[in-house]
Design a protein around this ligand. Structure first.
Ligand code: NDP
Length: 241
């Protein structure tokens, strides 16, 4: 049976690797994001079973409108859209600046997942899976970004309880530092990236495919008894190191 997958932020980095993994397995994969050109080019590269849906995951109206174009039921939802918005915002002083930074990270990394999951909740197939992409930052005391990702993991426990009656699992995959992503390539200073690789036990930075493999397993029948959990995929880069 052909599975239907929805990957938010599926045009680049980790989301694109997740989309590629499911598309290779024969699934129909819907990918969302704000930039149409990025989505169209990812879909062209990954093949005709990958379908772009343009929307900002933090905007309820855009989410509703875009996901109306999706043929349910959905077997797997991957809430991947997000990233540390501190790197994108202009400097702003005072409490207004604090509020803007917190709101942006909470919207991008927590509210986006709540909105998408709620929008498709009734269309999730019995026995399906919801997987969120968290971050090692949740355990590192990493400001509003870490707090948003920690909130995602906390909310996921509640979601797992809600969806359990329909045999739907809900889990978080929490990456360490993953290269070949826009964040790692464009935003993180090279020196800091080197430090983060040094902090792993394995001495390597992860790649998006490392995360895609774990997501794929959590969406498989073999993982049907796993729900409400958070899995670190970080090469042994534990927060204290
Ligand atoms: P990328 O920047 O490559 O991917 C983020 C994707 O999310 C982009 O395709 C972007 O597309 C999309 N996106 C961001 N905001 C929105 C939004 N509001 N609405 C819709 N789409 C959105 O980085 P990564 O692949 O690294 O990030 C994927 C996830 O992994 C994120 O949640 C990030 O927090 C997490 N993560 C990444 C780590 C890393 O080291 N790279 C480490 C730990 C966690 P567009 O801009 O077109 O909307």
């Amino acid at each position: 049976m052909t599975r239907t997958i929805l990957v938010t932020g599926g045009g680049t980095g980790i989301g694109k690797a997740v989309a590629a993994k499911f598309a290779t397995s024969g699934a129909v994969v819907y990918v969302t994001g704000r930039r149409k050109d990025v989505l169209v080019s990812a879909a062209a590269e990954l093949g005709p079973s990958v379908r772009p849906l343009v929307c900002d995951s933090t905007d309820p109206e855009q989410v509703t409108a875009a996901l109306a174009g999706l043929d349910g039921p959905i077997d797997v939802l991957v809430n991947n859209a997000g990233g540390n918005t501190d790197f994108d915002l202009p400097e702003q002083d005072g409490l207004a600046g604090v509020l803007a930074r917190w709101r942006a990270n909470l919207d991008a990394n927590l509210i986006s997942a709540v909105l998408t999951t709620t929008a498709v909740e009734d269309d999730l197939a019995e026995g399906g899976s919801v997987i969120h992409i968290g971050s090692i930052a949740a355990d590192q005391g990493a400001g509003s970004y870490g707090a948003a990702k920690a909130g995602l993991a906390s909310w996921n426990v509640d979601l797992a309880k809600q969806l359990g009656a329909r045999k739907i699992t809900a889990n978080v995959v929490s990456p360490g530092y993953i290269r070949e992503t826009e964040f790692f390539r464009d935003k993180l200073p090279a020196e800091r990236a080197e430090q983060l690789v040094d902090a792993t036990s394995t001495g390597r930075a992860g790649i998006p495919a490392d995360i895609a493999e774990t997501v794929y397993f959590l969406a498989s029948a073999g993982a049907r008894h796993i729900t409400g959990q958070t899995f670190g995929v970080n090469g042994g880069a534990y927060p204290t190191r």
